[in-house]
Design a protein. Structure first.
Length: 112
């Protein structure tokens, strides 16, 4: 897995985990879909009596799924915006970015 793919998924995950309620809903839904897909894969493999690691190797599967969906939808703004939001979660700008997302959410709710 490339560093770019790993970084993209980590930033996406940070968005899914840290975005305020009512924001980035499509990213959160995709995150749940990826989680459920990987959990199902692990379950099915274990049902066959085989081992299925839940650490680094499953992260590679998650990254492959994320990369597949992102590259299948190059016109979607979901990926760059979610990754951009997530990339700020480990920086000093974190609180400002979260506050901006809340402000945007509230402004959009007033408009309709």
């Amino acid at each position: 897995m490339s560093k770019d793919t790993s970084t993209a998924l980590l930033n996406f995950r940070a968005c899914v985990e840290d975005a305020p309620a009512g924001t980035y809903e499509d990213a959160k839904a995709l995150g749940k879909t990826i989680d459920a897909t990987c959990a199902s894969l692990i379950h099915d493999i274990r049902t066959l009596g085989l081992k299925a690691d839940t650490c680094d190797l499953i992260f590679a599967v998650e990254a492959a799924i994320y990369n597949y969906v992102a590259h299948s939808n190059p016109e979607s703004g979901l990926f760059p915006t979610a990754e951009g939001f997530g990339s700020a979660m480990s920086t000093p700008a974190r609180e400002r970015v979260i506050a901006g997302a809340e402000r945007d959410r509230d402004s959009l709710a007033k408009v309709g």
